[in-house]
Ligand binder design. Structure first.
Ligand code: SAM
Ligand code: SF4
Length: 350
């Protein structure tokens, strides 16, 4: 296959008849795919992973060529937005080959946006290259501006390195949205400061409620902070005006009068955002999850490996989308204190 430049003849052979667009049983058009390119990460954030994670054997993980082929099958089916995530996408060896290769769909106009979510630790190395391949906006996850707290949350991350990465990304012309998970007793007193910092640098901030995914050796109840509380506390100091701004994601945005910046709230626990869901998620082993909050999944690696042509993958994708559920039912179980789902966020990529 031709990574990087243009559609290869193999790809034309593979394409076959024009595939149908992706519409689920609830008439939602699926236009957004999030791809976890690795389950590995250089951090171990306390809400995301346990300290001693066992990672997938490399043989189970799709090659960069297979990831490209899978993403391209979704693009052929009308997907216009791809987000690379992880684990940490920028620690996957050769990741820029995949970005370069996928950028051909930006050039043809089939893809409107190629983006990624990163912890920022490798951004100083890759920011300029990402921009060069047509990436315009990225999400950087950052929960605190305090280096010690940062080290505690990520278990060993270096805040200075992330800050250098953010500087490099802005210098390269990438637009950044900061994502912060609201954590009870950890950064709840810092959200206003994070917001003023982000807005001061021309970045949006989105606050996320902690979701009950995967066993993390700590209690979720200890971490969970409802965003209704975050919002009402912020409202004591700032004027928050609801706005219609949409990024194709589940965040509800306000404009903060005092800073002029945008603040988003992602509230899976207190507000169900499923009715307008336009997305699916693929793991680095080629498993398609139709809903972040449900266990039902489809194996796309077998059809991918079974045939040189894409007919089997297209059929498997269609079948999976016909099973996309109406929504999730996350509950942080107070009696059993168990995660709602056993898989970690680093598997499906958030
Ligand atoms: N490593 C990259 C990063 O941290 O941005 C990409 C993958 S990470 C799994 C994607 C997002 O999921 C991050 O913003 C992270 O804060 C968030 N996340 C991880 N576990 C979570 C959980 N249990 N609840 C809510 N958000 C979570
Ligand atoms: Fe790694 Fe991102 Fe999970 Fe933190 S949130 S452990 S940076 S994958």
């Amino acid at each position: 296959m031709a990574l990087a430049n243009g559609t290869s003849t193999i790809e034309l052979d593979r394409a076959g008849p024009a595939p149908r667009a992706l519409v689920d049983p609830f008439l939602r058009t699926i236009s957004y795919v999030r791809v976890s390119v690795t389950d590995r990460c250089d951090f171990r954030c306390v809400y995301c992973m346990s300290e001693h994670m066992s990672f997938l054997p490399k043989a189970d993980v799709l090659s960069l060529e297979e990831l490209d082929r899978l993403c391209s099958a979704f693009v052929a089916k009308g997907v216009t937005k791809l987000r690379l995530t992880g684990g940490e996408p920028l620690v996957r060896r050769g990741i820029m080959t995949l970005v370069a290769s996928l950028s051909r769909h930006l050039k043809t106009g089939a893809l409107e946006e190629l983006t990624l979510t990163t912890n920022g630790s490798q951004l100083d190395k890759y920011a300029a290259e990402l921009k060069g391949h047509g990436v315009e906006r990225i999400n950087v996850s950052l929960d605190t501006l305090d280096p010690d707290k940062f080290r505690a949350i990520t278990r060993w991350g270096d805040l200075g390195k992330v800050m250098t990465g953010i500087d490099a990304a802005q210098a390269a012309g990438l637009k950044i949205k900061i994502n912060a998970v609201a954590l009870k007793g950890v950064n709840e007193d810092e959200i206003a400061r994070l917001m003023e910092w982000a807005h001061g640098r021309g970045m949006d901030l989105t606050v996320i409620e902690v979701m009950p995914l995967g066993d993390i050796e700590e209690s979720r109840l200890d971490q969970y902070l409802p965003l209704s509380l975050v919002r009402s506390r912020l409202a004591e100091r700032f004027t928050l005006d609801d706005i219609d701004y949409q990024t194709g994601g589940p965040a509800r945005y306000v404009r903060v009068k005092e800073t002029g910046g945008r603040l988003g709230f992602i509230t899976p626990m207190t507000h169900n955002f499923c009715e307008s869901c336009n997305r699916v998620r693929i793991t680095c082993t080629g498993t398609l999850y139709m809903c972040l909050g449900q266990n039902d999944a489809a194996d796309l690696r077998s059809p991918l490996r079974a045939s040189e042509s894409d007919g089997l993958i297209h059929a498997a994708i269609d079948e999976a989308i016909s099973r996309k559920p109406k929504g999730h039912d996350f509950v942080i179980d107070r009696r059993r204190q168990q995660p709602a789902l056993s898989r970690h966020m680093s598997v499906t990529g958030g």
